[in-house]
Design a protein around this ligand. Structure first.
Ligand code: ADP
Ligand code: MG
Length: 398
């Protein structure tokens, strides 16, 4: 789960990570009031969307104008900039061409930058440890640095048994060319960030840029914080930070119904139990010349209510031209799944071809329920047969 910069900074502040003062605003008046609570004389008005590259981004209604991060020299100017930014659509390298509407702004104290650095914590799966990455090339996307100047990325790994140590921070600080009191400040920064990362069960914390100010302070100017979804159950307070407007509505619906759903851009809706089988189903659809509209694992405990929710989400996607149900009945028995499919098809008055492949516990009973339902369900005997029939149904519809 991703959160906004202002939310990330608020959390990091609690762990003692150095950030500047700032306030959230959703109207130009709030933005002006927010600026009045800051020391000035320079303010920065920052678009809050779940995408990076805001500074270099452009608004669709003003393609030659200023970007999504703007400097202002008075509270009145903050208000004027906020009025232009709020409600407008910002396109950045990370939003895709459709962009994202800006509904929230973060009005932050401006600072004088001496150096822009990069710092991130993430899980290095190859090593099985948290990696702390740093680079002198702050402000640039790290993927670009990795491609053009891989030698400019410094990396240390943290042994989970000892946690972060002073030498981790010092090694990076010296590598970044920090001097004097900046070294100690940086070490403190890294230590606080590591605590935040582990205690909040983060997936990534990226500070780009981490700046050294003209006064010699080390401060996070940007913060990208995302959480490990599998650990969210133990952070109920963090779930409240989810911004529903940033999510694909189908995925949000799925999260609320406890379904493992990922929206894709193909034309065959998939309902499968088990993540592995769901991946195999997507592969075989590709093999036979079409593409999946989604990944969906209904889980091992699927009942007819879950099946109905799953169908509802799948069919809310206008790109879906056929549905492929691929269930291996284990704990979820085939007859129960079949009943769920029949109920859901009737309740939702399904209008696209439905191919069903059932296997496993009570499969004969399940097939009988489908056959006697009177619905135009296309039965399939195995995975290949199912995929071919679904692809054929799509081709026929086109
Ligand atoms: P993004 O990465 O989405 O473009 P950032 O928060 O990194 O957004 O801001 C872009 C740039 O704007 C930064 O690299 C920095 O140069 C400048 N900037 C951001 N916040 C401030 C601030 N509070 N004071 C001065 N400059 C800032
Ligand atoms: Mg940034």
């Amino acid at each position: 789960m991703n959160i906004h910069e202002y939310q990330g900074k608020e959390l990091l502040r609690r762990y003692g990570v150095a950030v500047l003062d700032g306030h959230l605003a959703t109207t130009p008046e709030e933005a002006e009031a927010a600026a009045r609570r800051l020391p000035g004389p320079v303010y920065v008005v920052k678009s809050q969307i779940h995408a990076g590259g805001r500074g270099a981004g452009r608004f669709t209604n003003d393609p030659n104008g200023k970007g999504g991060v703007r400097l202002a020299r008075s509270p009145e100017e903050v208000k004027a900039e906020a009025a232009k930014m709020l409600g407008s659509v910002l396109v950045t390298k990370q939003t895709g061409p459709e962009g994202k509407q800006v509904n929230r702004l973060y009005v932050e104290a401006g600072c004088e930058i001496a150096r822009e650095l990069y710092l991130a914590l993430l899980l290095d799966r190859d090593v099985g440890r948290i990696a702390i990455m740093a680079s002198t090339e702050g402000g640039m996307e790290i993927e670009e640095v990795a491609e053009k100047h891989p030698e400019k990325i410094l990396r240390v790994h943290v042994d989970p048994a000892t946690g972060v140590q002073g030498w981790h921070g010092r090694k990076l600080a010296f590598g970044l060319g920090l001097e004097g009191k900046q070294v100690q400040a940086f070490v403190g920064f890294v230590t606080a960030l590591y605590r935040a990362y582990t205690e909040l069960d983060c997936a990534i914390v990226e500070i780009n840029p981490l700046v050294v100010t003209k006064g010699g302070d080390v401060v996070a100017l940007d913060a990208k914080v995302s959480f490990d979804d599998n650990a969210l159950f133990r952070h109920k307070d963090l779930e409240a930070l989810r911004d529903d407007t940033e999510m694909d509505p189908k995925e949000l619906d799925a999260v609320r119904n406890d379904l493992n759903y990922v929206a894709l851009d193909g034309e065959i809706g998939c309902m499968v139990n088990g993540a592995g089988l769901a991946m195999a189903t997507m592969d075989i659809i590709k093999l036979y010349g079409s593409s999946p509209a989604n990944f969906l694992d209904v889980g091992g405990t699927a009942d007819s209510a879950r099946v109905t929710q799953a169908f509802r989400i799948i069919t809310s996607d206008p790109n879906v031209k056929a549905i492929l149900v691929n269930i291996f009945g284990g704990i979820a028995k085939c007859d129960m799944i079949a009943t769920g499919i029949v109920e859901a098809s009737k309740n939702l008055s399904l209008s696209v071809p439905l191919v069903v492949r059932l296997e496993g516990t009570n499969v004969e009973l399940g097939k009988k329920i489908l056959a006697e339902s009177g619905l135009a369900i296309i039965p399939a005997d195995n995975l290949a047969d199912a995929a071919q029939k679904a692809v054929a149904a799509v081709k026929k519809a086109a």
